[in-house]
Design a protein around this ligand. Structure first.
Ligand code: ZN
Ligand code: ZN
Length: 149
């Protein structure tokens, strides 16, 4: 059996493993995407957010990406027939985006992929008892604080 790494090294390796898996994506999802249409995670996530709430001004903040990246992704989605631009009835200067028929199942699939991800994390966490889970929770809080130092 391979000797256990020092915990510091293990945490460091995990972080790098996650970064490698992420590449240019803005989120880590467990399991495969089951959508028939090939979109990026960011595009799918935008569809999911817009299907829940028509306001697109908060997208960049929620996604943790630049406004320019959101604009670009939305433009592509419009071009691919996933989103339709609509002018606000009361204020013509305001444009919002609605999902087309084709986009609905993709938004749905992405939502399910998020659920599957949480389920995957549950499977891992269920292997620990309450006391251990408290330690894990404390560790994650401290690590999150350290990263923001
Ligand atoms: Zn997907
Ligand atoms: Zn997502």
């Amino acid at each position: 059996e391979k000797a256990m790494l020092e915990l510091e090294e293990q945490v460091n390796q995990l972080i790098n493993q996650i970064l490698l898996k992420l590449e240019n994506q803005h989120e880590l999802l467990i399991g495969q995407c089951r959508s028939q249409v090939k979109l990026t995670n960011t595009q799918e996530h935008i569809l999911m957010l817009l299907s829940e709430d028509k306001d697109n001004s908060e997208l960049a903040k929620t996604l943790n990406v630049s406004q320019a990246a959101v604009t670009k992704a939305v433009k592509t989605l419009v071009k691919e027939g996933m989103l339709e631009a609509k002018k606000d009835k009361d204020d013509g200067r305001v444009t919002y985006f609605v999902l087309t028929q084709e986009a609905q199942p993709i938004a749905q699939e992405h939502e399910e992929h998020h659920q599957e991800t949480l389920g995957g994390l549950s499977v891992v966490l269920d292997q620990f008892d309450n006391q251990e889970r408290q330690v894990i929770g404390r560790f994650l809080t401290k690590l999150a604080e350290k990263i923001e130092d």
